[in-house]
Design a protein around this ligand. Structure first.
Ligand SMILES: [Zn+2]
Length: 61
């Protein structure tokens, strides 16, 4: 019944694929990072994939 190649099925499997991520700028090296947003009213900690610095983003601000 389920066709894994069907784009509609793909959306159901990954509901946050479009709205659940955003672009942020690394505070250390200014690289643009595309990161997942799991808690848009709280804080998230990310590791820059370029310079490996770890930083926290507060989405409320
Ligand atoms: Zn960086």
């Amino acid at each position: 019944m389920l066709d894994p190649n069907d784009p509609w099925i793909y959306e159901i499997c990954f509901p946050g694929a479009i709205s659940g991520q955003t672009e942020i700028t690394c505070p250390n090296c200014k690289a643009i990072l595309t990161v997942p947003v799991n808690d848009p009213i709280g804080t998230e900690t990310y590791e820059c994939c370029t310079c490996k610095v770890v930083f926290t983003v507060n989405w409320v601000e």
